[in-house]
Write a protein that binds this ligand. Structure first.
Ligand SMILES: Cc1cc2nc3c(=O)[nH]c(=O)nc-3n(C[C@H](O)[C@H](O)[C@H](O)COP(=O)(O)OP(=O)(O)OC[C@H]3O[C@@H](n4cnc5c(N)ncnc54)[C@H](O)[C@@H]3O)c2cc1C
Length: 438
């Protein structure tokens, strides 16, 4: 018996959970259901940059037009670097080919991913509180805060960096503070001078000492979604953090204190943030990092049930290579394809295959994102900057990330399993078809 017919509970309707649902629907899986804690899909809002490696997957699964409707279109380069005070041009990283990066509001990204998922497959306001093993029926009882419960054979934990499902797998490690706080908000192009508005139609990194301000040209004029997404990475001690949550609001003045002697364009950004924030506040969050997770799943050999993690619950990363959401997209699409192609009732085999496919890449991205962060916010005395920073070198660090072709690797690996053991997968599956679409 294959795994296709198993009851799959997807916990968390963020980027990874929705990616999984799209891929599962594409593969013709019917027995899955997504549970989201929030009563509505109102993503608190920041902008994200979705790079070529993930866009390639989204496009192959038929989401290209919806993405392009609400994302930027053909940005001129991947990233441009400017000196924080003088605004001097320090160089840029070119795009790595088609499809190009797309900058999009998180709410719009979730909307794109949600569009094809029927409402009947989603339950909102369902905060998972426990997963209990039912040995008699070889399945799980999943329990929610509202007192309801449900049965599932396979539990996919996509419930973010503070994952409850992860805790259930026995991990007790807490994420570690990275040393930086992040300020996030939006600026309307109309609130900028023409010269600055033109500059910020590109992704720009104002590189400062142990700090940097990243600007993303979110959306496009046609769908009236265009604005500048601001992400300010500021080195601050954690002691000053008084909120109980790791995501809070803070006065624009807090960001201003860090950048008050920065360039005129950055001052315009501060002015624009003040104008756009009715209460004078923007999002502020503590930036956490976690070491790679040794094992991503719980399953017994030749059982038809198990628990597996994807997205920030298992491979969260610092955002300095813009890959957290991209990796959640890659993992979500890949896992559903593995489950739909696995021909034996052996979740452990399928999960180990998935982990072997994904973990080397996500571990490496976690490590290199940390290193890239040190380059993005200059972490050495200013007089040494010109000798140590080269956009060309940063570009080389991004090349393998962006040039990766998930669907080709997945297809090749499944074919290899096929050749070695016909009972496990079937080549007459959705993967080669998907790969042909690419
Ligand atoms: C400053 C910053 C900038 C970033 N920029 C980028 C970028 O440019 N590009 C990029 O690729 N990534 C970026 N990221 C990373 C990206 O935002 C995350 O990696 C991505 O959102 C992870 O997706 P996910 O689905 O795993 O988790 P999430 O998107 O966090 O979704 C988790 C979902 O689970 C739900 N949930 C939580 N607990 C429960 C529960 N108990 N029961 C049910 N549901 C639950 C939540 O409500 C949520 O909907 C950035 C991150 C930061 C902090």
């Amino acid at each position: 018996m294959a795994l296709r017919g198993q009851r799959i509970a997807v916990i968390g309707g963020g980027i990874g959970g929705m990616a999984f649902m799209n891929s599962a629907l594409y593969a013709g899986l019917e027995n899955m259901h997504l549970y989201e804690a929030a009563p509505e899909f109102t993503e608190v809002g920041a902008g994200v940059n979705i790079t070529r490696n993930a866009n390639r997957v989204l496009d192959a699964f038929g989401l290209k037009d919806d993405m392009l409707w609400s994302s930027s279109r053909n940005p001129p380069s991947y990233m441009e670097y400017r000196h924080y005070r003088t605004e001097e041009y320090l160089g840029q990283i070119e795009e790595f080919g088609e499809p190009r990066s797309r900058q999009i509001h998180r709410a719009h990204l979730v909307e794109v991913l949600k569009k094809k998922v029927p409402d009947s497959k989603i339950s909102k306001g369902k905060r998972l509180v426990a997963v209990e093993r039912d040995e008699t029926d070889d399945c799980y009882t999943i329990k929610f805060q509202d007192g309801t419960e449900s049965k599932a054979d396979i539990v996919v934990g996509c419930d973010g960096i503070k994952s409850r499902v992860r805790q259930h797998l026995g991990f007790t490690d807490e994420p570690i503070y990275s040393g930086q706080m992040v300020y996030r908000g939006y600026v309307a192009y109309d609130d900028l001078t023409q010269e600055t508005a033109e500059l910020l139609r590109k992704t720009v990194n104002f590189r400062g000492p142990q700090r940097h301000v990243l600007t993303l040209p979110i959306g496009n004029e046609e769908s009236k979604t265009d604005r500048v997404g601001i992400i300010g990475f500021m080195t601050e001690p954690l002691e000053g953090w008084t909120s109980e949550s790791w995501l809070a609001k803070a006065p624009v003045d807090d960001l201003y204190e860090h950048v008050k002697d920065w360039s005129p364009a950055v001052q315009e950004i501060i002015h624009g943030l003040r104008k756009g924030a009715e209460d004078g506040k923007i999002l502020k969050q503590t930036l956490y990092v976690r070491d790679p997770t040794p094992k991503w799943y719980s399953a017994q050999s030749w059982q038809k049930s198990g628990i597996i993690l994807i997205g920030d619950s298992v491979h969260s990363t610092l955002p300095h290579q813009g890959q957290g959401a991209c990796m959640a997209i890659e993992s979500g699409f890949a896992l559903a394809q593995v489950l739909s192609n696995w021909q034996s009732a052996d979740t452990e085999g399928a999960f180990q295959f998935f982990q072997d496919l994904r973990k080397p890449r996500t571990d490496k991205i976690t490590k290199t994102s940390y290193e890239t962060g040190k380059l993005a916010s200059a972490d050495i005395p200013e007089e040494l900057w010109s000798q140590t920073f080269s956009p060309g070198a940063v570009a080389e660090r991004m090349r393998w990330v962006m040039e990766y072709d998930l669907l080709a690797e997945l297809s090749n690996r499944l074919s290899a399993v096929d050749a070695s053991d016909e009972s496990k997968t079937s080549t007459a599956s959705s993967i080669p078809q998907v790969a042909r679409v690419v």
